[in-house]
Design a protein around this ligand. Structure first.
Ligand code: ARG
Length: 246
């Protein structure tokens, strides 16, 4: 009888384990903050922040999955472990650094005021007694709260920045204070030149960082290194140009 085919060689090839699936990091973002993060007509999450984090992932050989997450409570999703990171035009502040960790900064920003074109507002202190719309819990909220006082009834806090801007359109507030990129984008895309922007040298420079659960040093370093890599190879610059021009 012919010798039995040695089964072991074939079997060991068939049994070769598949490569481990690439790690997928879950990214929280409040996708109502164009041009940093928003939803397009197809419901896809798009924007500057999305491109930056996607480029870091591609360069690093891992995957990311973006989940639209309300700003209210967005940082709790890190503590709870529902999100591995948050990219949401998040300003790095001393207060936030107490409860979460940040990547190296990836974008410079400052506050900007949007008012109707016929508004007499020319500086931030003009907002002292006016109705001002902000997104609840943002740095815009912080500066207006500082100007008017915590218990001011003239601060209208909204869940999202688009809702605050809608209220400006409707005349329910006299001004909206939010990050410059978002205000500029809104005013530029709004028809009939209804709005103008007012800046003020009082506004402190801000920097955006990617946020992580406190103590997640491995991930912080991974993304900070990724940022350095996409800056070094020109990817960051081309993303910047795509959204903000030269
Ligand atoms: N930079 C501001 C902050 O950190 C506003 C960010 C709001 N981001 C958003 N996707 N709604 O407070």
């Amino acid at each position: 009888a012919p010798a039995a085919e040695p089964a072991s060689a074939a079997a060991s090839v068939a049994a070769a384990p598949p490569p481990p699936p690439a790690k997928v990091y879950v990214v929280g973002t409040d996708a109502a903050y164009a041009p940093f993060e928003s939803q397009n007509d197809k419901g896809e999450i798009v924007g500057f922040d999305i491109d930056v984090v996607s480029a870091i992932a591609q360069k690093g050989g891992f995957e990311v999955k973006f989940i639209n997450t309300p700003w209210e409570g967005i940082f709790n999703t890190l503590t709870q472990g529902d999100r591995d990171l948050v990219v949401s035009a998040v300003t790095i502040t001393e207060e936030r650094k107490q409860t979460m960790d940040f990547s190296t900064p990836y974008f410079d920003a400052y506050q900007l005021i949007a008012v109707k074109t016929n508004s007499k507002v020319t500086k931030f202190s003009d907002l002292k007694k006016l109705k001002v719309g902000v997104q609840n819990g943002t740095t815009g909220d912080e500066v207006v709260t500082k100007l008017q006082g915590k218990s001011s009834a003239n601060i209208k806090r909204f869940e999202s920045t688009p809702l605050a801007l809608k209220e400006l359109e409707a005349g329910g507030v006299d001004a909206v204070v939010a990050d410059n990129g978002v205000i500029v984008n809104y005013v530029a895309n709004n028809s009939n030149n209804q709005f103008k922007t007012v800046t003020d040298k009082e506004f402190a420079p801000e920097q955006y960082g990617i946020a992580f659960k406190k103590g997640n040093t491995e991930l912080v370093e991974k993304f900070s290194k990724g940022l350095a890599d996409i800056k070094a190879d020109g990817t960051y610059d081309s993303i910047y140009k795509k959204y903000f021009g030269e």
